[in-house]
Ligand binder design. Structure first.
Ligand code: EPU
Length: 418
């Protein structure tokens, strides 16, 4: 298994380009199943989760062509199977995103039930209840969700929990249902809005994307179009925090500052000087960062996917930062690894109290999930000595060429076979 070796102590300096958003690319690729005609999706990041999604579509018989620059052409007219098997779903929970489109367009789907994962139990009950409200017959047995339906019927669905992929699944299903659906307590994440934009370009009639209530007038048919996924706000936030923790100065290009409000506010509070343009962000951290308190929340709140990175920042900041995780129940595994690097962290329920230290010390650490691994890399960038980050397959699920991008900014980092 490959590992990352990081020699800490270099302030990051320079410019890099931000990739397309993983969490927008995955639902948009699932939405291609709805199109009557080939779709072209651009700005797709080159990541394991994207490869898994393409493999999933390929196994269903969907025709895929990957052009230069990761522009992917998808033609679902050749589909022959409606199944998302366990061996793919277990590596990527977002495979659940094919459930709504398969059911809405082809009237059947068989999707392995995603289990729990390193950050919590992560049920999909809201997805299932919503589809049942639209008339789907759903049977759960042998670890599979087996769903059947004639044409789905529009429904008013109040989602008990604000869920990103749940909102996306139900939005895709409602787009082809008969009548007008209303989804209440919908997720407002930019990736949900990007999917709605893509579906509307395909001929869907969705209004309210980016608010808590979506109104979806079902249509008979959706068409193949070209769509370019939006920039990755979590990748952006991760590199900004990497610059902040190393007291560096970086410029990130091809990003979207307006999607990062809560993150930029916290980095500014920690002492960073931030400038933004239409599609770039520059960050300079002139001195040792100050500790910040954060509490995660659905968009536009502070993203849970940036919690671990801010924990890393707090470990070397001046003062004590209080970090509360409200979205997932078990998302502090990185803190236990950071403690092994000399971080002073006390966890009490869903809150981590982090007392900043002058310097972390390198240690071999294990990544437990995608964002946890990114936070350990950030910790390694400022630790004295050589940090080895193990199980980096997690990081490859969501960060395109992380070691190349960090090296371009002057970090001493390399990938090694074990
Ligand atoms: N939940 C339920 N029932 C459901 C669905 C969700 O109780 O049917 C709960 C979850 O257990 C969790 C909360 O609702 O406590 C929110 O989870 P959500 O469903 O919003 O998460 P998700 O859709 O599975 C997406 C991202 C995650 C990101 C979360 C929260 C994708 C592919 N994944 O997951 O991204 O953390 O939203 O913003 O969009 C990552 O990129 O590292 C990542 C984990």
């Amino acid at each position: 298994m490959e590992r990352l070796l990081i020699r800490g102590g270099h302030a990051l300096e320079g410019e890099i380009r931000i990739s397309g958003a993983k969490n927008a690319a995955l639902p948009v690729l699932a939405a291609t199943l709805l199109a009557d005609g080939p779709m072209k999706v651009g700005n797709i990041p080159h990541l394991h989760d994207v490869t898994t999604t393409l493999e999933l579509l390929g196994r269903m018989g969907v025709q895929l062509t990957v052009h230069e620059g990761m522009e992917v052409e998808v033609d679902a007219s050749t589909i022959a199977s409606f199944r998302a098997p366990y061996e793919l779903v277990k590596t990527m929970r977002a495979s659940i995103l094919v459930l709504g489109p398969l059911l809405a367009r082809f009237g059947r789907a068989e999707v392995s039930l995603p289990g729990g994962c390193a950050i919590g139990s992560r049920p999909v009950d809201v997805h299932i209840r919503g589809l049942q409200a639209m008339g789907a017959q759903i049977d759960i047995s042998d670890g599979y969700i087996r769903a059947h339906a004639g044409r789905l019927q529009a429904a008013r669905v109040h989602m008990q929990v604000c869920t990103v992929t749940g909102t996306e699944n139900l939005m895709m299903a409602a787009a082809l249902a008969r009548g007008t659906s209303v989804l209440e307590n919908a997720a407002c994440e930019p990736e949900v809005v990007d999917l709605a934009d893509c579906l509307n370009a395909m001929g869907a009639r969705i209004s309210g994307a980016g608010t808590r209530t979506l109104v979806i007038e079902g249509v008979e048919q959706l068409y193949g179009v070209e769509h370019r996924v939006l920039p990755d706000r979590i990748e952006t936030g991760t590199y900004l925090t990497a610059a902040a923790i190393t007291r560096g100065r970086v410029k990130l290009k091809d990003t979207a500052p307006e999607l990062l409000g809560a993150v930029l506010d916290k980095l500014t509070e920690s002492g960073a000087e931030i400038r933004t343009g239409a599609d770039w962000i520059e960050l300079h951290m002139p001195e040792r960062p100050r500790a910040v308190d954060i509490s995660t929340a659905p968009y536009p709140g502070f993203p849970t996917d940036m919690q671990a990175q801010l924990c890393a920042l707090n470990t070397v900041a001046r003062g004590c930062g209080r970090v509360t995780e409200t979205v997932f129940e078990n998302r502090f595994m990185h803190c236990l690894e950071m403690q092994r690097m000399g971080a002073k962290i006390r966890i009490d329920g869903s809150t981590a109290y982090i007392q900043g230290v002058e310097r972390l010390t390198a240690a071999p650490v294990i990544a437990t999930d995608l964002r946890a691994s990114a936070s350990l890399v950030l910790a390694g960038l400022v630790a004295a000595g050589e940090t080895w980050v193990d199980r980096i397959y997690h990081i490859d699920r969501g960060y395109e060429c992380i070691e190349e991008k960090l090296a371009q900014l002057g970090a001493d980092i390399r990938r090694t076979p074990e």
